[in-house]
Design a protein around this ligand. Structure first.
Ligand code: CP
Length: 317
């Protein structure tokens, strides 16, 4: 694997290998000294043209826990405001020597451009590009499902065959949904999408089940309910009549949460809008994996950086 740009580019063995490696990293992250020397002398550049809390900080921690040097770049406050291009920004940051770029950008395809431009010979990780993909989010979601559904210590080599996952909300603008759909299908899960018709993309592209009625979909007792953020920053117009109507139709309200089986996992990639997408009763419940997803994100990003830039170095955990 040279880059990680999309979950569509992974095959089943590569995906399972990354998840197994992530579980090994999770064990390191339980130790008093959460550190491996594996990427000593390597440099990771965090190149963030769009806001982030979880992804940026977890890539930072992941690089540090593997002993890599780290450059943290945010477009805000940088020479991007003076008109500097993606190419010149990347070349500038690579000038001191870089082994991996982690890029988040509002333009779909920005990570592919950086990886395939020939501007530099550096591994590229897509940390979210527009409405396109967010592959490490899908990997951390799959890691979370494996650990909750199979049990920590019983995950190695296992996929998600037979697991039913309901993805709910703004699927049209969601790079998280796209990456999850590809990866979940690869791992054998059954995916159903639920959204208002205005927030549902052309689903024949995905070959998954589609519903408009959330209550009907919840009545089928899915193993996982994954709520999505409404991506207001990508909406040039109103995609639903009012927040009240969205909540009535597509939010995980307290009333809907009370109807879920106690074994059903409640997921959200964050940032979540409480009261609009999900109620606090669900988000703060033992069924919720929202904080675990963030913690697993560090392990997944350690696994990805290790896989891309460690070369022949062994993982001495
Ligand atoms: N889930 C996710 O990508 O969160 P951030 O935007 O905070 O990185």
């Amino acid at each position: 694997m040279r880059h990680l740009l999309s979950t569509l580019e992974l095959n089943r063995d590569e995906a399972i290998h990354l998840l197994d490696l992530s579980d090994q990293m999770a064990e390191v992250n339980t130790r008093e000294v959460k550190k491996l020397p594996t990427l000593r002398g390597k440099t990771v550049v965090n190149l963030f043209f769009e806001d982030s809390t979880r992804t940026k900080t977890s890539f930072e921690l992941a690089a540090k826990r593997l002993s890599a040097d780290l450059i943290n770049f945010s477009a805000k406050g940088s020479s991007v405001s003076k008109g500097e291009s993606l190419k010149d920004t990347a070349l500038t940051l690579a000038a001191g020597g870089a082994d991996a770029f982690v890029i988040r950008h509002s333009a779909s395809g920005a990570a592919h451009t950086l990886a395939n431009s020939g501007w530099m010979n550096v591994a590229v990780v897509n940390a979210g590009d527009g409405t396109h993909e967010h592959p490490t989010q899908a990997l951390l979601d799959a890691m979370t499902m494996r650990r909750r559904l199979h049990g920590i210590g019983a995950t190695t080599g296992r996929d998600l065959a037979g697991v039913s996952v309901l993805i709910v909300g703004d699927i049209l603008h969601s790079r998280v949904a796209r990456s999850n759909i590809h990866l979940l299908k690869l791992l054998g899960a059954k995916v159903t999408l639920v959204a208002p018709s205005t927030l549902m993309p052309k689903t024949e592209l995905f070959d998954v089940e589609v519903k408009q009625d959330l209550d009907e979909a919840l009545a089928e007792n899915p193993d996982v309910v994954m709520m999505l953020r409404i991506q207001s920053e990508r909406m040039g117009a109103n995609f639903f009549p009012s927040q009240r109507e969205y909540v009535n139709g597509w939010a995980l309200t307290a009333e809907r949460f009370a109807r879920l089986q106690q074994k059903t996992l409640v997921m959200h990639p964050g940032p979540m809008i409480r009261g609009l997408e999900i109620c606090s009763e669900a988000a703060d419940s033992p069924q919720s994996t929202i904080v675990e997803q963030v913690a697993n994100g560090i392990s997944v990003r350690m696994a990805v950086l290790y896989s891309l830039i460690s070369g022949e170095r062994s993982l001495d955990v």
